[in-house]
Design a protein around this ligand. Structure first.
Ligand code: SAM
Length: 363
């Protein structure tokens, strides 16, 4: 091995290293928040109120050597208030880090570092030829769906519900089908807005127990049921006033015509189809930050859907005519909601053709 002759006394690192330190500190800060959640710190403080360092350390078995700096970090982050060396939850900790809060985000926070998850093994995620967990019996896990539910409640469920309730037929609608509903929050929110509405949440057999937990949690057992099946091969029934599909179609981009056909068959004439998905169009790679775009790709099986006009024209070919499109904000950038009317065969017109956006994933 050739010896390195660098003059060590003259090696300069300089202030520029601070951005690297910021990145590494970000990881450590995340681990502090994660440990706070895993130790049950915020739940304990919610139950016991502001407490001294010693009381907290003893209750949660934290080594006294670390208690001060651990609690101080959380105070600096704005999740603990520390007066006279007594620490309590701040308003934001109570809102986001205590499970009974409707805006709880703990599962979402912990999901980011899920062992063997997509971010935990990012190198493998980036270098694998195909996205993970695409088989019918692979995922999603209850943990992931809880995390997804928490993410969806940052505004997406609320915005989709607002758009849905603005539809003329909403107040007279009696039945709703949520295909690939998972946590079922879209169906639950719709049923809360229309007391005459009953819903079916359709999902994989290993998911529906978790769906039932959400239905029970919101006291909707008398109006919402679950149906286990595979959207590709099974029949979700017919005669529905509303069918919703949210963030399911990414891995089915090649099967869109047959899925739209199934949606059309399950709706009453002039029933409503609601789709909520991320799209790469009109131009791929614009809008959000690199990290958010990477996260969005990970959550959409490698790539969002392609040109929205092609998506709409595929619906059109199957008797679903888009009446309204709305952009809604999600934490991975904008999603596009399509509202389509099931037009009976005798009332249909000719389809319109659209160009592809030309990006590699869309061809
Ligand atoms: C990304 S989650 C979306 C959940 C919810 N709709 C939302 O927008 O938050 C996709 C859901 O579709 C379900 N799913 C995936 N493939 C399916 C299939 N072949 N048949 C039925 N459900 C499926 C998954 O189990 C999961 O609950």
């Amino acid at each position: 091995m050739t010896p390195v002759k660098t003059d060590l006394a003259n090696v300069k690192v300089g202030e520029e290293i601070s951005s690297i330190d910021g990145i590494v500190d970000g990881y450590k800060t995340y681990q502090v928040l994660r440990a706070g959640l895993e130790l049950g710190l915020f739940e304990w403080l919610d139950e016991h109120g502001p407490s001294s360092r010693e009381e907290i350390g003893n209750a949660l078995s934290i080594n006294g050597m670390f208690t001060r700096s651990f609690l101080q970090t959380l105070a600096e982050l704005g999740y603990l208030s520390g007066k006279n060396d007594r620490f309590g939850n701040t308003v934001n900790a109570t809102r986001f880090l205590v499970r009974k809060s409707p805006s709880y985000q703990g599962d979402w926070i912990l999901n980011a570092s899920q062992e063997h998850g997509q971010w935990d093994c990012l190198k493998d995620t980036l270098t694998s030829a195909a996205p993970k967990n695409t088989g019918f019996s692979d995922g999603p896990s209850p943990k992931f769906l809880r995390a997804l539910a928490e993410r969806s409640l940052r505004g997406e469920v609320q915005e989709v519900t607002k758009i849905l309730t603005g539809w003329d037929g909403f107040s007279s609608a009696k039945t709703l089908l949520d295909l690939g509903g998972g946590h079922g929050l879209y169906a639950i929110a719709a049923c809360q807005k229309n007391p005459g509405l009953h819903a079916v949440i359709f999902d994989k057999p290993h998911v529906i127990d978790l769906t039932r937990e959400f239905i029970r949690h919101y006291g909707m057992e008398d109006r919402i049921s679950v149906m286990a099946g595979d959207i590709v091969t099974d029949d979700p029934g017919s005669g529905y006033d509303i069918v919703i599909i949210s963030h399911l179609l990414y891995k089915f981009r090649a099967e869109l015509p047959s899925i739209f056909k199934k949606v059309e068959a399950s709706l009453k004439p002039h029933g409503l189809f609601v789709s909520n998905h991320w799209f790469c169009g009109p131009v791929c790679g614009t809008g959000s930050s690199g990290v958010k775009e990477l996260d969005r790709s990970i959550h959409s099986y490698g790539h969002p859907l392609c040109h929205p006009e092609e998506f709409a024209s595929e619906m059109f070919k199957n008797g679903l005519v888009v009446m309204k499109k709305a952009v809604i904000t999600t934490n991975f950038g904008d999603a596009l909601v399509h509202l389509a009317d099931k037009v009976p065969v005798g009332e249909r017109r000719l389809p319109i053709h659209h160009e592809s956006c030309g990006c590699e994933s869309c061809q």
